[in-house]
Design a protein around this ligand. Structure first.
Ligand SMILES: Nc1nc2c(c(=O)[nH]1)N[C@H]1C(S)=C(S)[C@@H](COP(=O)(O)OP(=O)(O)OC[C@H]3O[C@@H](n4cnc5c(=O)[nH]c(N)nc54)[C@H](O)[C@@H]3O)O[C@H]1N2
Ligand SMILES: Nc1nc2c(c(=O)[nH]1)N[C@H]1C(S)=C(S)[C@@H](COP(=O)(O)OP(=O)(O)OC[C@H]3O[C@@H](n4cnc5c(=O)[nH]c(N)nc54)[C@H](O)[C@@H]3O)O[C@H]1N2
Ligand code: SF4
Ligand SMILES: [Mo]
Length: 695
């Protein structure tokens, strides 16, 4: 692919939620990436993935023209755009005539701009008039979102900007591997440490992050709420909580006190093996520190008890009064590039833009009036991402449009997903590559990469910023937003999708969010071109934005946060004699999610060419693993063979496998599809397995 000169030199990384600024600079005949000298999130720094972010964009496997086939065993046939969109639209109409509007669904993503996320939600409700839309963020931030909404009345991943971290004297980091997953956040933690902070990590593995910790708690997956109850028990028993804060700013103390009563440090030691003294030390240390921050991520959130686990960590921040003042806060560390904005503007089954609710009459009225339709025309709420895939398997949904996700690799129990996709009458995948999901498609449409699509994104702090178009589109690729509007036109709903530019889309979105929880109405492209990001809520053009939440009040009507005592529950698939070990899954520093982009990045792939299972020496010797052996892991759903790394760092009964690969290397063939009852988040972090030597 020829590299054309950059249209704009300043952009942002496409990968994680830090959204580091980067510069595209000339290098020989082509371009190279350098860290931005002045974007405040990570000035002057990029991790390995960021430094290589150009490679997949210019990769020879990039799909650059629309193509079709009747079934997955045929070869792809290139098609002109006008034919592609009109054929897809007539396919959709035919399916909707036969089975009803809800027979067609949309599956979106959290790497997309706010504008594209917003348009996908509008497209499903206004162009398709289907209730079925959800997105990959369901697998990512849904438990944290539900917990924040319950506890605080609003869901913004971090209650404070990253710049508060160095002011904290005590940091509790649970189920979050920042050193590999948000590497440029590490300097904030190290600065806190230099300022005398204590850092505690809680994880079944010694991770790159735990290397910087003062205390590492090596927890068996699934025991977070037991351990946190131990911490809360000590804080309550020793009256170390912030009485004034609890009285004036929270509800629910009595119920919490009851729930944690049985969890003495001795009991916690019996249940988890964590020494009594460790529980006491952390509880006292955190409660007595002047300032402190609690951060959680997918480790404890991607569980059937993910919402409750998260609520319990929030309890810890609330009961000690460590929220809403300098050096304090809670952060659910958001994952994807636009994992925050992606969950605010209506691609979630039950949501409308601005974090409005699709079942709330006033919210429906507001958004319908912005969209120029009658609110009665808006469908109701649909179902979560995995449940949508189940509805395909059951035959209720017949067609799907996927834009910005690779669910065959990223969904739990993925053999079910493959079976389901085979049943679709129409599968349209809009991507940069022929992904594992596109292999089941009837249509592949070439969308735009992060360097081609202008728009806004919202990083893990809640900072909204503008990303200009940096490169022209290659081949016949289309901007994602134009493609969505083009398809709406062919469906006869073009009147609702008339925009001259992406800024037009943003301006409509601002109106749709006005007065909502995630209020962007005061943010304009003009302001974003001048300022280095504006934190939502920002309700008017003269409003400075809100970097710090909850200084005065929480977002519930009474202004108070909710403490909620948690009674720990079992995982969906506890270990037993037949399946005696726990499989947990997660990430590596050099790959990103389904690997669609990073497996096509030679500089990253060479560092991690295949997934390697981490196991403890105890387990290795128990199953007689030889020097050359591989490991066969069998769950109730499938059996796969992996290379192995033997490490003291992992909890002895736990096996860790990264999920960035497809087909026979895809650990999601093994994972269980149990969902959290509230968030509908799959339990990616725990399933029961057998482990055997495989030579
Ligand atoms: N390099 C890289 N960076 C990324 C991504 C990527 O794919 N690659 N993805 C981005 C996205 S979308 C996300 S959501 C974030 C995810 O960021 P993280 O949530 O930090 O990443 P994970 O590796 O999924 O899980 C974190 C840790 O949870 C631990 N864990 C497992 N079970 C438990 C448990 O029961 N309790 C506790 N306390 N810990 C447990 C795992 O051992 C792991 O170290 O990263 C973002 N950044
Ligand atoms: N076992 C296990 N499974 C997991 C997890 C886990 O920890 N363990 N974590 C879960 C989490 S947190 C997440 S977020 C999901 C993510 O899982 P996926 O959604 O599958 O993740 P990606 O690989 O980012 O998929 C994005 C796709 O969109 C394409 N793409 C990227 N940018 C653009 C764009 O601008 N436009 C268009 N049209 N396409 C684009 C990419 O090429 C890629 O194919 O995985 C989940 N699955
Ligand atoms: S830390 Fe995240 S945003 Fe920054 S360069 Fe790395 S992957 Fe990109
Ligand atoms: Mo994620």
């Amino acid at each position: 692919m020829n590299l054309s000169p950059a249209l704009a030199s300043s952009t942002h990384c496409c990968f994680c939620s830090m959204q580091c600024g980067m510069e595209l600079v000339a290098k020989g005949p082509g371009l190279a990436i350098k860290p931005s000298p002045d974007f405040p999130v990570a000035t002057g720094r990029l991790c390995q993935k960021g430094l290589h972010a150009l490679d997949h964009v210019i990769h020879e496997e990039r799909i650059v023209r629309p193509s079709r086939r009747m079934n997955r065993h045929e070869l792809w046939e290139p098609v002109e755009w006008t034919d592609a969109l009109s054929h897809i639209a007539s396919g959709i109409k035919e399916i909707q005539n036969r089975y009803g509007n809800d027979a067609v669904c949309v599956y979106g993503g959290g790497s997309l701009t706010n504008e594209v996320c917003y348009l996908l939600g509008k497209f499903a409700r206004v162009a398709l008039r289907s209730k079925y839309i959800d997105y990959n963020g369901r697998y990512c931030m849904s438990s944290a979102a539900a917990a924040s909404n319950q506890a605080f009345g609003i869901d913004r991943g971090m209650t404070m900007p990253l710049s508060e971290i160095p002011k904290a004297k005590y940091l509790i980091l649970s189920g979050t591997n920042i050193a590999e997953c948000q590497p440029t956040m590490m300097p904030y933690l190290l600065e806190a440490k230099k300022n005398g902070a204590v850092i505690v990590t809680i994880d079944p593995r010694n991770t790159m992050t735990s290397k910087s910790a003062d205390i590492h708690v090596r927890l068996q997956p699934g025991f977070d709420s037991v351990f946190v109850n131990g911490l809360l028990h000590v804080i309550v028993a020793e009256k170390l909580y912030d009485e004034a804060f609890v009285r004036e700013r929270t509800n629910g103390l009595e119920q919490l006190v009851e729930a944690v009563k049985p969890f003495t440090p001795a009991r916690v030691e019996e249940l988890t093996g964590i020494l009594e003294a460790v529980t006491r030390t952390i509880a006292r240390g955190f409660a007595k520190a002047d300032t402190g921050i609690v951060m959680t991520a997918r480790g404890l959130e991607q569980q059937v008890n993910g919402v409750e686990n998260t609520l319990n960590y929030i309890n810890l921040a609330l009961i000690t009064g460590k929220i809403g003042r300098p050096g304090c806060g809670y952060g659910a560390v958001t994952g994807q590039a636009n994992g925050q904005g992606g969950r605010e503007h209506g691609q979630k089954a039950d949501q409308l833009p601005g974090y409005r609710l699709i079942e709330d009459p006033a919210d429906r009225e507001h958004v319908a009036s912005v969209w120029g339709i009658d609110s009665a025309e808006l469908p109701g709420k649909g179902v979560s991402a995995y449940e949508m895939l189940q509805k395909i398997d059951e035959g209720e949904i017949k067609a799907m449009i996927v834009l910005g996700s690779n669910p065959v690799v990223s969904s739990p129990n993925s053999l079910m997903v493959e079976r389901a996709l085979n049943k679709l009458e129409l599968l349209v995948v809009v991507d940069l590559f022929e992904t594992e999901t596109a292999r089941f498609a009837h249509w592949m449409l070439p969308g735009s990469s992060f360097l081609e699509g202008e728009g806004t994104l919202t990083n893990l702090e809640g900072r909204v910023f503008h990303r200009p178009q940096a490169l022209p589109l290659p081949g016949a690729c289309k901007l994602d937003y134009e493609l969505i509007c083009g398809l709406a036109e062919e469906l006869g709903r073009g009147a609702y999708f008339q925009y001259d530019s992406i800024e037009d889309v943003f301006n409509e979105m601002r109106k749709a969010t006005a007065g909502g929880k995630a209020d962007y109405s005061g943010i304009t492209y003009g302001r974003l071109r001048r300022e280095k990001g504006i934190f939502w809520p920002c309700p008017s053009e003269d409003h400075p934005g809100t970097p710090h939440l909850f200084r005065e009040r929480f977002a519930h009507p009474d202004g108070k946060a909710r403490l909620k005592g948690i009674t720990p529950k079992m995982p969906a698939e506890p270990i037993d004699e037949e399946y005696p070990y726990i499989l947990t899954t997660g990430r590596l520093g050099n790959h990103y999610l389904s690997g669609a982009q990073t497996r096509r990045t030679p500089g990253l792939l060479k560092k991690a060419p295949v997934p390697v299972a981490e196991i403890h020496p105890w387990l290795a010797s128990k199953i007689g693993l030889g020097l050359e052996s591989k490991l066969r892991i069998t769950s109730r759903r499938a059996s796969l063979v992996f290379h192995v790394k033997i490490t003291e760092g992992i909890q002895p009964r736990t096996i860790f496998v990264p999920f960035h690969w497809g087909e026979e290397l895809s650990v999601n063939r093994l994972t269980v599809d149990a969902l959290d009852p509230t968030s509908r988040m799959p339990e990616f972090k725990i399933c029961a397995v057998k482990a055997e030597r495989s030579d």
